[in-house]
Ligand binder design. Structure first.
Ligand SMILES: Cc1cc2nc3c(=O)[nH]c(=O)nc-3n(C[C@H](O)[C@H](O)[C@H](O)COP(=O)(O)OP(=O)(O)OC[C@H]3O[C@@H](n4cnc5c(N)ncnc54)[C@H](O)[C@@H]3O)c2cc1C
Length: 402
């Protein structure tokens, strides 16, 4: 048997030429009733494999070391995002989702944590269901840095071969995991909003918005491992806490050179938030183009202050320069899942809905009774937001005694 990444199984091939018609790269010919693949043209796109009715074509992952055994990859890994030793809640959401995937595969759920003095963090991870925790605990890893973090993860992936590796679609996660994926030659699906296991193939089904959010695409990585995804914050439910759970703790030693970084953190300046961070808020009051001018965001801020809520916005308001990007909700902004989302002067385009439609209660205030947002709203008020929002603020102030 050759080490070619794709091969025709001669005993099964009938020479029917379906693969020839399907191949977009004209890489297949049939000679003497047998398909032959020109590897200089083939891109391993897999179209012929799917088209062949006789299962006569097979793709195998080929690495520089030779043919890879995908079956050697086990377990579902979650990257633990921490800031100053505090685990970020996206990690618990990944553990919640990872639990289901691991159960469906009959594999273990594992967390990987890099940091300094992480003992407390490790206990929290096992309480949230991690059966194994890989720990690299070094002063040099106290805060996130691209180079050492990715170098260490690459080492761990090569050593332990996880089947699935999940990471938050956060600033840190996006920067980190793409480096790891490229280095280990794995596929990576960014910004997933749903994950599942294909019951037949056991591949990870990774769903994310595509084509400007107009369709949801499900992506698979059948030929490489690990299957890697970043997952949006606040889309999945956090794993339950059970303090009685324990897990296996594997403290890893790493070579000193892996800890080196060409970048030094001189200072940390937190973003100045005048209001509550919307990704964590229980209530969000959000404004859109219907507010007409930047000064009118004052009515949104007033209501948010009385309710102890975060201030959100549509992209139209951000693009107009009325409010900073950190407040944008939607496909290219933040995904939020508050108990109450109050949308004021927002039409409810699909890209906005992508970021807030899982809110428990949606209140829409819009002067157009046909605005799409009303289809998703729990409560709708048709009217001028600039008049209605101040009335609500006044009433809440009275009721809440503020
Ligand atoms: C690739 C891509 C990514 C995108 N990402 C995002 C994203 O992350 N988030 C996002 O929000 N959008 C996003 N968009 C833009 C999105 O398609 C919409 O253009 C945007 O959401 C519209 O914002 P809006 O509802 O504020 O404005 P509009 O659609 O203009 O709606 C304004 C609404 O205000 C109402 N109105 C007007 N005056 C009043 C009033 N006085 N009182 C009450 N109601 C009033 C109107 O009836 C109207 O329904 C994206 C688009 C693309 C192509």
């Amino acid at each position: 048997m050759t080490n070619d990444p794709i091969r025709v199984i001669e005993e099964k091939c009938t020479g029917c030429k379906l693969c020839v018609k399907t191949c977009p790269f004209e890489a297949i010919v049939v000679e003497n009733r047998l398909a032959r693949i020109d590897l200089t043209k083939c891109t391993l796109c897999g179209a012929c494999v799917t088209a062949c009715r006789f299962n006569a074509i097979e793709i195998r992952e080929k690495t520089s070391e030779g043919t890879e055994d995908l079956g050697a990859y086990k377990d579902v890994w979650v990257f633990t995002e921490q800031t100053d030793g505090q685990i970020q809640s996206v990690t618990y959401e990944l553990l919640g989702e990872g639990r289901k995937l691991a159960d469906d595969l009959g594999m273990k759920l594992c967390a990987v944590v890099l940091g300094s003095e992480m003992n407390d963090a490790v206990k929290k991870l096992t309480a949230r269901g991690a059966e194994k925790v890989y720990v690299v605990d070094k002063p040099e890893l106290a805060y996130f840095q691209d180079e050492p973090y990715s170098a260490i993860l690459i080492e761990l992936v090569k050593k332990y071969k996880p089947c699935i590796f999940l990471c938050g679609a956060t600033t840190i996660g996006r920067s980190l995991i793409s480096r790891v994926a490229v280095s280990v030659k794995a596929g990576l699906t960014a910004d997933c909003t749903a994950l599942a296991i294909d019951p037949e193939t056991k591949n990870l089904l990774q769903t994310r918005p595509a084509f400007g959010g107009n369709i949801m695409a499900t992506i698979i990585c059948p030929n490489a491992r690990p299957q890697m995804s970043t997952v949006r914050h606040k889309v999945m439910k956090e794993a339950d806490i059970d303090e009685s759970r324990t897990g296996e703790i594997l403290v890893e030693e790493v070579a000193v050179q892996l800890l080196k970084s060409r970048v030094k953190r001189l200072n940390f300046v937190p973003e100045r938030e005048t209001t509550i961070n919307i990704a964590e808020a229980n209530i969000i009051v959000s404004g859109g183009r219907g507010l007409q001018k930047p000064e009118n965001f004052a009515v949104i801020r007033d209501l948010a202050e009385v309710l102890g809520a975060g201030v959100g916005s549509s992209r139209a308001a951000v693009d107009a320069g009325w409010i900073p990007y950190s407040h944008q909700v939607g496909q290219t902004g933040k995904t939020v899942c508050p108990k109450i989302y109050i949308a004021c002067g927002i039409s409810g385009q699909i890209q906005h809905l992508a970021g807030m439609s899982s809110s428990d209660i949606i209140v829409a205030i819009n002067k157009d009774p046909d605005a799409p947002i009303f289809k998703y709203a729990t409560y709708g008020i048709v009217g001028d937001a600039l008049k209605i929002v101040p009335m609500l603020t006044e009433q809440f102030r009275k009721v809440l005694g503020k």
